[in-house]
Design a protein around this ligand. Structure first.
Ligand code: HEC
Length: 194
């Protein structure tokens, strides 16, 4: 490479032949400025991106933002389910919303554990964690059992006392207990359901 083959930065010297081998000429042309600035821009962007998402975690990763969107979606679905009529689907939707289920566990702890045990495994009242149901284990049947109770058999009607919203939450929580068969639960009562 001869000295004059180099062209210094800023100087416009096209088509300076650096090598000729077998009649093939190699030039030393400047990269176009637009290309260089695109490259530098991409490098700066990549550093910023890396810092924001992976080093300082000041932005959510795609997995995190996916989780956030899913949680928001579950909460929105739960809110819609509360507004409409109480259908089995609406109750199942509520049972997938962590906030509703947490609320339901509180309602259960405050009102139900005396007869159904803190685990839901049963005592005076039946085991709510097995596959056996006296009054039906489908979501709408469970909702009716809690709302109207079975006063003649010792289960109070909770609808008037708790209101629809808290009953819905309690049922959402109970639906997460179904078929979990907690240890020390009461022996099955009623009919086996799938
Ligand atoms: C005073 C005791 C008592 C309390 C408190 C009580 N239950 Fe019950 N529960 C019972 C009894 C007894 C039964 C069984 C009724 C029957 O034989 O049909 C029952 C039945 C049920 C059933 C139907 C179970 C089945 O097998 O069909 C559900 C659901 C239920 N209770 C939920 C609740 C919830 C939720 C609460 C609190 C909000 C609650 N219970 C509070 C005594 C109680």
């Amino acid at each position: 490479m001869s000295a004059d083959a180099h062209s210094s930065r800023g100087e416009h010297r096209e088509n300076v032949v650096v090598h000729t081998y077998d009649d093939i000429e190699e030039f030393d042309n400047h990269l176009p400025n637009w290309w260089l600035y695109t490259l530098y821009g991409a490098m700066v962007f990549a550093l910023g991106y890396l810092g924001h998402y992976h080093v300082f975690h000041s932005g959510p990763s795609s997995a995190e933002s996916y989780e956030q969107e899913m949680a928001a979606d579950r909460a929105a679905a739960a809110e819609r389910a509360r507004g409409g009529t109480v259908t089995p689907e609406a109750l199942l939707t509520l049972s997938r919303d962590p906030a509703t289920v947490r609320q339901g566990r509180e309602v259960f702890t405050q009102n139900c554990v005396a007869c159904h045990a803190p685990t839901g495994g049963g005592g005076i009242g039946p085991n709510l964690t097995d596959r056996f149901w006296i009054n039906g284990g489908a979501p709408d049947r469970v909702y009716r059992s809690v709302t109207e109770g079975v006063p003649a058999r010792g289960m109070p009607a909770w609808g008037p006392q708790l209101g629809a919203r808290r009953v819905q939450s309690a049922v959402a929580y109970l639906l997460t207990l179904r078929n979990t068969n907690v240890a020390g639960g009461k022996a099955p009562q009623g009919n086996e359901e799938p």
